[in-house]
Design a protein around this ligand. Sequence first.
Ligand code: HDE
Length: 709
Amino acid sequence: MAKKPASLKVNPAAQMDEGTVQRGPGGETHQIAKGDVPVLTTAQGIPVFDDQNALKIGPRGPVLLEDFALREKIFHFDHERIPERVVHARGFGAHGFFEMTDDTLAKLSTADVFQRPGEQTPAFVRFSTVAGNKGSPDVARDVRGFAVKIYSQQGNWDIVGNNIPVFFIQDAIKFPDLIHAAKQEPDRGFPQAQTAHDNFWDFISLSPESMHMAMWIMSDRTLPRSFRFMEGFGVHTFRLIDAAGKTTFVKFHWKPKLGLQSVVWNEAVKLNGADPDYHRRDLWDAITTGNFPEWEFGVQLFDEEFINSFDFDVLDATKLIPEELVPIKIVGRLVLNRVVDNFFAETEQVAFSTGNVPPGIGFTNDPLLQGRNFSYLDTQLKRLGSTNFTHLPINAPKCPFHTFQQDGHMAMVNPKGRANYEPNSWGPEIGGPRESPTLGYKPAQEHISGDKLQARGELFADHYSQAIQFYASQTPFEQVHIKDALVFELSKVETPAIRTRMVSHLLNIDDALAQQVADGLGLPEMPAPATPARAIIKDLPASKALSIIANGPKSFKGRKLGILVTDGVDMALLAALQEAVTTAGGVFELIAPKVGGVVCSDGMLIPAKQKVNGGPSVLYDAVAVIPSAEGAALLAQEATAKDFVNDAFAHAKFIAYGPDATALFEKANLTADMDGGFVALKKLADAKAFIKLCGELRFWAREAKVHSV
Ligand code: HDE
């Protein structure tokens, strides 16, 4: 039997408010009251009688074509998907604001958004991975997109950057090749969301210009602990243009207030199984609990004189400008304080473009940037299906705008009135907008002449110098991670010649590294170094800014402690830990044998967040193990509880333990006094000391002892 709605109340599509009157069958009126459940309607606003059964002749009879509600519902569902982004398909977005904290840029650029320190301009940020498809796991080894849309009063400004300051290639013409090689191989359709396969390393090893980036992607930069702990970079050199038309060259930077942090590879592998949504959940949780992530906005400013003195071409996106050479000046901040209302409408449909710049910001002739400016409009038409994608609320400017553009699919804001062209003689009232020599966008003036040719700047041919500098700037732990990553990825490459070719490039970067990778691969013979296209500069000074460990946090703020508990847990100790972590600005989760919770030593029932097999220690920055003696004996029988402590140990995490944890540790072959990464919680004050120590994030010294191959 079909169910009939009790009464006709509110049409959600029409977004009626309390007090609105809606007509029911027969024309009777219904006053909308607070708390009324809205009546389901079709997209045409027609109230639905039965959403459980299609219209039939008799309960077992044929379905009637006349059922317009059924037809519309299925029609709409069938067309729910739009093409995913060809790169950066998997992403997660959030709203916030951009704000200048000083007036440095106001003097160098006419951009309105720079003019008033302290004023908040709405912003939307979408973080992403590059290679994986939309449903791929979050902690894939990959570059992260860091795309920022700033809704300025002079139109939208997009900084479509990454979490790595350089790129694989120098010229846009190579982008399709790079992406084809990185994504799943076309015949078999795998592997996705990873570069550990032949096609990728074949392309990279045949493209020496990618060597600097290759070092970055083999570093921990491609395994961020969360979006909140990574830097962002505009990558290309842009221009700031002042009222007189003068250019100051600029590189844009985002620096996370919480410091940098990455996960280790084995942790990433396990995280992707334990929580494929690890990064998006982290951002969602942080914002919805009021821990708003924040980045400092920094600029490197330079002029022609610096450009002429620099060893590299500032138009080459495979090079960076070390902070030690041109310091980053912090001039603003970006805060994310609101999650999306709807993932599809905002995160999926947001459309970025490097070509979106307001007056006062300009492009350079970086051939990658120029290619990008061309590409992004194209892709929106394919994905969003209409030139009117700017009519979607997430893409629409938040300042007044007036164009003569009209019609097309889904046109929602066609110009009003008679004038849809200019010049016209309809007068100021109805004649529509006009260009403005004073307010309109003016590109920087530049005299250009030259031969028509297909070539690159001379300095673009230096492929190794900054790769050497990057490697030399890493801490010894990070250097080992780079070596391990290279060995891992190249071990997945099935063609020996590709492995050897990569090692021939590594020989131009660091002999010891090349040797370690060759050993790790079991390479039968060391190849000759690849022939460099230009003399390599081997003694560029190390840059501390390029290391993650050297730029970590100073406290446990923003981090998460996992507390493994059982019935009988010492309530006072648990409370001390919770207080210490909360005071430090961190959060905690209880992991217990049952998610319903545990009965503490004082008889109180405390609910758990995770059941022990659903809350592995990879989800946490540090762990505390404080079961009762009986509980520890129980956990000692549970494989996932042993994994909990074994993984925390193997991932060099700080581990606090209560007096009764021994049974579990013994079963996991761990002794609590093994190294300085263990902290005994003997008295309540130890909890505070433990959380302070956790500010160092990992007990790195342990790492070398747990990995020998
Ligand atoms: Fe992109 N890139 N890209 N890219 N890119 C896209 O635009 C492209 C490049 C970056 O969250 C696409 O809307 C070309 C560098 C981010 O929506 C597409 C070239 C950098 C995002 C496209 C590059 C980026 C994209 C796919 C070489 C770092 C995600 C869907 C000339 C500085 C934005 C879309 C988001 C997205 C093309 C190179 C960053 C196809 C042709 C270098 C963060 O238009």
